[in-house]
Write a protein of this length. Structure first.
Lengths: 169, 383
């Protein structure tokens, strides 16, 4: 009974995620696609909860739904033809797209098949935030710092690129 | 000169005379039942339901009760808002329906229910319908982690006693910006779109200092779990001395004031209500909404106001810890007290301009909150 319910939640989430992901790729209305992406992001967060990674799930929603997606929708609305509701995306370069997508898919399948995932811990998940914090500023301090410096450089680069040059504005 | 002075005095004193009466009414009348709810449910349910399902039943019933109360919250909050507004402007406000107009909002609610539900012909029908639902879902779902007390046996009175409570709060409230964008775009109306864009820019900007200021608290307490944060504020002089705003004296007080300002901005309340500035944008993102869908946005707004106030009370004002022991009633007094302050500010302060609003956020609030985060963690580390 318990495991059936859990399995139903998993398959329901997976189906919901896949459906919204397909809509993001195949849909024609750009704004609808952007909002459909929210379903996918949320599905990922639910999967994290399902795996007992509560902190990761929260971070997923904060960063992807609250940050990335909002900025994306904002960007879509700012770009062009703002008064035209049927802002649409066409299908261009079908063959190269299909090829690269197929290659990435094959790569993912190969990796998933070749890694030994070990046994899943099926116990009641405990709080994870403390151990994540200790690992981030302890064992993995250097990668953490490198990632943050990289992000800072990207941020400054973006600000540099969009800066209006004096005299040419 | 004297009349000017009299005006200012009236503005400041008008709501003050009202606050004690109103708080007693609101808190005692409607909310006193709330803290008992979870405890009562878990007691009652224990005898009838098999052990395996007990948790589920408690959660479902608790959620149902909580949603019911949240749906009632705007009704008396709107009455309160109109009363505060009236007293600030030296009027009486609603007086006819019920004692001092207490039933006015019920009448208005019934009116909204029966209004025709309009969707503009060229609107994006899917997004237009989805937006109010998302708005209300994000406002109500966040209440799941708001605890309102701890029973003597250590059971936390909350719908969900999440370990990452604060993070969940930040995550869920960020959906509100998306709902506003969805409404603004879906209406296919230029005022609605401008309102939606302004709201999204504002909410995304002010989310940053809000998160940092929450981190100030989290870093001092060392936990994302809200009951732990409250537990760190218990004791002290008169049960008040250890509230976080009194710890590390000026730093946390500044953090509290900034957090409250950010809360005002995130709930789009005056002086940060440019997304629905009626003198510029008709009604902003909900220009095209009518009837129940409009009411949903209102429910979400008043839900968010209460949410921000309650969170400020939990993080900085000691939650349910007060001078006469810890009691859920104290928590509700603090929460609703801050709601009254929000309303008071709305009718006292003028609206900021768009550029001023962003300037306040990026030039002042964010640097100060970063400074507070560094200062509090350094001091805590040295202690």
């Amino acid at each position: 009974m318990e495991s059936l319910g859990v399995a139903a939640i998993f398959y329901g989430t997976a189906a919901f995620m896949l459906a919204s992901a397909f809509y993001v790729v195949l849909g024609r209305n750009l704004v609808h696609c952007a909002f459909a992406l929210m379903g996918t992001f949320f599905g990922v967060a639910i999967l994290y909860v399902y795996l007992g990674a509560d902190f990761l799930a929260g971070a997923q929603v904060v960063i992807y739904v609250g940050g990335v997606l909002t900025l994306m929708v904002f960007g879509v609305m700012l770009t062009n033809r703002i008064y035209n509701l049927n802002l649409s995306s066409g299908a261009i370069q079908v063959v190269p797209g299909a090829l690269s997508a197929g290659l990435i898919f094959a790569l993912l399948v190969w990796i998933i098949q070749s890694v030994d995932w070990g046994a899943m811990d099926s116990g009641d998940p405990g709080p994870t935030s403390e151990s994540i914090g200790r690992l981030l500023v302890g064992d993995y301090l250097l990668p953490f710092e490198i990632a943050s410096v990289l992000l800072l450089i990207a941020l400054m680069g973006a600000a540099m690129l969009v800066r209006r040059r004096r005299g040419s504005s | 000169m004297i009349t000017r002075f009299r005006q200012i005095e009236m503005r400041l004193m008008g709501p003050l005379t009202l606050i004690p009466i109103v708080l007693c009414l609101v808190v005692l009348g409607t909310i006193a039942a709330l803290p008992m709810l979870a405890a009562v449910i878990s007691e009652l349910v224990g005898d009838f339901v098999p052990a395996g399902l007990q948790h589920l039943v408690v959660v479902v019933l608790g959620t149902a009760g909580f949603v019911g109360i949240l749906a009632l919250n705007p009704i008396y909050s709107i009455w309160l808002e109109r009363k505060v507004a009236a007293h600030v402007q030296d009027r009486l406000g609603p007086m006819r329906v019920g004692w001092h107009g207490l039933l006015q909002s019920f009448a208005d609610g019934v009116k909204l229910l029966f209004k025709e539900d309009l969707i503009p012909r060229d609107a994006d029908r899917v997004l237009f319908r989805l937006a109010p639902m998302l708005a209300i879902a994000s406002a109500f779902a966040a209440f799941a982690v708001v605890p309102w007390g701890v029973r003597e046996d250590g059971v936390v009175l909350a719908v969900s006693n999440l370990n990452i409570g604060v993070l969940y709060f930040i995550a869920i409230t960020s959906l509100g910006a998306l709902a506003v964008l969805m409404a603004g775009w879906g209406s296919n109306n230029k005022y609605a779109l401008y309102g939606g864009m302004r709201a999204a820019a504002q909410m995304v900007s002010y989310e940053i200092p809000t998160a940092i200021l929450i981190l100030v608290v989290v870093a001092q307490v060392g936990s994302l779990h809200i009951p732990d944060i409250v537990a760190a504020q218990s004791g002290g002089l008169l049960g008040v001395g250890d509230w976080l705003i009194f710890q590390l004296f000026p730093l946390n007080l500044i953090a509290f004031v900034l957090f409250f300002i950010c809360g005002l901005a995130e709930t789009n309340r005056t002086p940060f209500d440019i997304p629905e500035a009626e003198s510029e944008l008709v009604a902003g993102f909900h220009t095209e909404y009518s009837g129940m869908r409009f009411a949903f946005f209102f429910l979400a707004e008043y839900g968010n106001m209460l949410l921000v106030s309650m969170l400020a009370a939990l993080l900085f004002l000691g939650g349910w810890v007060g001078p006469f022991g810890s009691n859920p009633l104290i928590f509700f007094l603090k929460g609703f007290g801050l709601v009254v302050v929000q309303m008071w500010l709305r009718w006292t302060l003028p609206r900021l301009r768009v550029d001023q609003l962003m300037g306040v956020c990026w030039k002042y609030v964010i640097p100060i909150s970063f400074f507070l985060l560094i200062a509090t963690t350094v001091i805590k580390g040295l202690m």
